[in-house]
Design a protein around this ligand. Structure first.
Ligand code: PRP
Ligand code: MN
Ligand code: MG
Length: 181
């Protein structure tokens, strides 16, 4: 029978490791927000898994809203030109907003998002990502909560896709070469 995990060459983070780290981050977020209501803003589609698990690991009151964003570019290289495909339903003015991402790679998506959201005058704006690649550090993209810093490899699972697939993998790892061919 088909099992999507058979397509991995290496597991970087097991389901348990991901969940354990999430619980740590949630406790930190609960402590930092100190009883304030949080508006979680997830970036579709990748952040769906993190949003579901992080929100349930929190004990703070929270609401969830979503944005969909597309970045234009030739081939696999992002151009940094970003367009909103689906905007928030919520007015974030005066709200404590926490952006939730699965991964920050170049940081282009996030840079655009931060500028855009700040113009709506939230009470506060913070960023949480489950994974972060080295380019985000090089580009000095400021992130408040990071699950794991990972090497510059193509990884899938836990929301991260290859051509739309593998998001439903509960672990995170690298794809076997046979998948590409
Ligand atoms: C991925 C990921 C982040 C973004 C990070 O989303 O989920 O949102 O890329 O890349 P960056 O830091 O270089 O901007 P993608 O655009 O692939 O859409 P998806 O979430 O629907 O997979
Ligand atoms: Mn995404
Ligand atoms: Mg993607």
């Amino acid at each position: 029978a088909v099992h999507i995990s058979d397509d991995l060459t290496e597991v970087l983070f097991s389901k348990e490791q991901v969940q354990e780290r999430l619980v740590e981050l949630a406790a930190q977020i609960d402590a930092d927000y100190d009883g304030r209501d949080i508006l979680l803003v997830g970036v579709l589609n990748g952040a769906v898994m993190v949003m579901a698990d992080l929100s349930r690991a929190l004990v703070s009151h929270c609401e969830m809203d979503w944005m969909a964003i597309s970045s234009y570019g030739s081939g696999t290289q992002s151009s940094g030109v970003v367009r909103i495909l689906k905007d928030l339903n919520t007015d974030i003015a005066g709200r404590h907003v926490l952006v939730v991402e699965d991964i920050i790679d170049t940081g282009l998506t996030l840079s655009y998002l931060i500028t855009n959201l700040l113009s709506r005058e939230p009470a506060s704006l913070k960023i949480m990502t489950m994974f972060r690649k080295p380019d985000a550090l090089a580009n000095q993209v400021e992130v408040d909560y990071v699950g794991f810093d990972i090497p510059n490899e193509f990884v899938v699972g836990y929301g991260l896709d290859y051509d739309g697939r593998y998001r439903n993998l509960t672990s995170v790892g690298t794809l076997a070469p046979h998948v590409y061919s």
